[in-house]
Design a protein. Structure first.
Length: 221
């Protein structure tokens, strides 16, 4: 059996309330655009954390669950949570605005065979729910993670460290759920979601080490 091609799941922990984050948001958009243009298996997720909200600007895309996800990575990767932080395949973390370091980790991830294949079948969107099945169940003991990610989002920041800036975002996680191997993937679309600029990203993750074993993505139909 041939090895699965390498994939890179690129997770950026960011906030509109952090003045260091806009360059990282731009870098993530560049990585996403290049991957689409070159048809590379690179999947970006921008997790907007909520712990900057107390400083004057409430990030409209922030979620406390995303902050918890970052803290879990911090424990596993032996580092403190900070923004902007980028995690590649759950194995390596770099400063989210460091293009050289980020691209090095992405190349390393693509060069290594994925540990499991992930293929979506029967992707559907009825205007309220997104659903799909995996062609083959994920390995036992793993978790199937699914996210709706939206591109082309724009915010005008009125307060906080980025006051007066207009920020552009891609790969923003708008909905996220965890499933067991064999479950049908189903996510409720949040209010205001633009399906034209939204993808379903599904990845298989080892629950203890948080290593990403495989991933794929599809545009909403």
């Amino acid at each position: 059996m041939s090895a699965e091609p390498g994939i890179a799941l690129v997770e950026l922990f960011t906030s509109e309330g952090c003045s260091s984050c806009p360059p990282a948001d731009v870098l993530l958009s560049q990585i996403d655009a290049e991957a689409r243009e070159q048809d590379q298996p690179i999947y970006v997720l921008a997790w907007h954390v909520d712990y900057w909200d107390r400083l004057g600007w409430v990030d409209p895309w922030a979620n406390p669950d995303f902050s918890e996800r970052q803290r879990a990575y911090g424990e596993q990767l032996d580092c403190n949570a900070y923004t902007p932080q980028m995690v590649v395949n759950g194995k390596a973390q770099v400063l989210g605005s460091d293009s050289g370091a980020a691209r090095t980790e992405i190349r390393r991830a693509l060069a290594a065979p994925a540990e499991t294949g992930v293929e979506l079948h029967g992707l559907r969107f009825d205007g309220q729910r997104v659903s799909a099945t995996l062609a083959a169940p994920a390995p036992a003991g793993t978790l199937v993670q699914a996210a709706l990610v939206e591109r082309n989002l724009v915010s005008s920041v009125a307060r906080g460290e980025n006051e007066g800036l207009t920020l552009n975002h891609d790969g923003v996680v708008r909905a996220f759920r965890t499933f067991e191997p064999g479950d049908r993937v189903e996510l409720v679309a949040p209010n205001g979601l633009d399906p034209v600029h939204t993808s379903l990203v599904v990845f298989v993750q080892e629950p203890v080490t948080l290593r990403v074993l495989g991933a794929t993505a599809a545009e909403l139909p």
